[in-house]
Ligand binder design. Structure first.
Ligand SMILES: [Zn+2]
Length: 412
């Protein structure tokens, strides 16, 4: 904005962004509106709000408490603080830990690192971040079982504390106490694969970042104390990209497996209702308390069919209304348009993200069991049982939910 001392406007209209952060759920929408109105009046303008979706942090309260343990388990695969301490020791600089090696690796002498030095550094990093090959399977199996147990707790109505650390560590072991179907085993295998891939990527990213920081610090004769701070800021700090990325992986992967574990307990033809996590994004919130049918018989790929085709439309509809173990948004996007050599084009249905939990990285929404014959969502947004005195409310809900009417064969 351009305003002279006398207040005369010179350039574009007044526009400014103010970021106000308030603790989650600390203010009601009415209170927020009141504050914004007051701010607007003071500034002599209207204030438009863009709510910023804050990424959740790993280990925060979860709508499904046992999943919190699964998230933390993924996150703790890498002990970034321990890595940082060892790294500082290796470099011979003072980090959080005191010990300093005599033969200092890091010299702020303005010289490039030699290939031998880089090799030594790589070997240190690779050795320090090495993960047992059994880890990805354990993470996937346990997160999956956490979802399954949560479902069982829900049906039994009992909230038993799940001892995460006592859960089976391999698929074989899991088969002993918790029989798994082929589909479930496959879902776990994919979870194991993804966990392994993400772990490798994290090792690689860490290696690349640390190398770069050290090479550039040395070249610029950065003092060891400042190097220690830079490494701390960019590797360890919970807001550092590396750390944040890994938290995102932990949250998404744990929730993905738990969600599949949950769906695995459902029988073909049963129903689930989407429960949006309180900090969910706009799309997830728009799905809140929508009802979907669980199927054991997922539709085949339809991306090769013509979108005008009848079969294409049938399958597209199933993607919108049904969920199954292993359903995911592979090859789909939440963006409505795509870039093509011919310019911006609308995405076809098979290219668009659809009903899957987690829908996107960081998504902590979850499924609940739901029976639309005997349950409904009332005006206050609460799930209720269909009692005789609530029949009017039930019918009203049914009327507002054509999809549910169709499920129940009450097409009007
Ligand atoms: Zn979500």
């Amino acid at each position: 904005m351009f305003i002279t001392k006398s207040g005369r406007r010179l350039g574009k209209p007044l526009s400014a962004k103010i970021r106000i952060t308030v603790p989650k759920d600390s203010l009601t929408p009415e209170e927020k509106a009141k504050i914004l109105k007051a701010v607007g009046e003071k500034l002599g303008t209207t204030v438009r709000v863009k709510s910023v979706h804050k990424a959740p942090q790993v280990g925060e309260d979860h709508i499904l408490p046992p999943v919190k343990d699964a998230e933390l388990a993924y996150y703790r695969v890498f002990d970034l603080k321990g890595f940082y301490n060892d790294l500082c020791r290796f470099l011979g600089i003072k980090g959080l830990a005191k010990a300093i090696r005599q033969d200092e690796f890091y010299k702020p002498d303005g010289l490039p690192c030699t290939p031998e030095e880089l090799d030594l550094l790589d070997r240190f990093i690779n050795g320090n971040l090495a993960i047992s090959p059994a880890i990805p399977e354990t993470l996937a199996v346990r997160a999956f079982l956490v979802g399954r147990i949560a479902s069982e707790l829900e049906t039994n109505g009992k909230l038993v504390k799940v001892a995460y650390k006592n859960l089976p560590t391999t698929v074989e072991e899991a088969m002993g106490g918790y029989p798994l179907t082929d589909v479930e085993r496959r879902a776990i295998e994919f979870g194991k694969f993804y966990a392994g891939e993400k772990i490798m990527a994290m090792q690689e990213d860490t290696r690349r970042l640390v190398r770069q920081i050290i090479v550039e610090s040395r070249q610029n004769s950065v003092h060891p104390r400042r190097l220690a701070q830079t490494l701390f800021d960019r590797v360890v700090d919970t807001d550092a990209n590396l750390n944040r990325d890994w938290q995102r992986v932990a949250i998404t992967e744990a929730n993905n497996m738990a969600s599949n574990g949950f769906l695995g307990t459902m029988v073909d033809g049963q129903y689930v209702i989407w429960h949006a996590h309180p900090d969910a994004c706009a799309y997830c919130r728009s799905q809140h308390y929508k009802v979907f049918k669980v199927t054991d018989n997922p539709p085949e790929d339809y991306g090769h069919l013509d979108p005008g085709n009848k079969k294409y439309k049938e399958i597209a509809k199933r993607w919108e209304t049904e969920v199954w173990v292993g359903k995911n948004n592979y090859g789909r996007s939440t963006a409505l348009k795509k870039r093509t050599p011919k310019g911006l084009m609308n995405r076809e249905h098979h290219e668009r993200a659809t009903v899957v939990i987690p829908l996107h990285p960081h998504c902590r929404c979850r499924w609940f069991r739901f029976d639309p014959e005997v349950q409904f969502v009332n005006d206050k947004g609460r799930i209720q049982f269909r009692l005789r005195e609530r029949e009017d409310e039930y019918q009203k809900w049914l009327k507002a939910n054509p999809q549910v009417r169709e499920f129940l064969g009450k097409v009007t």
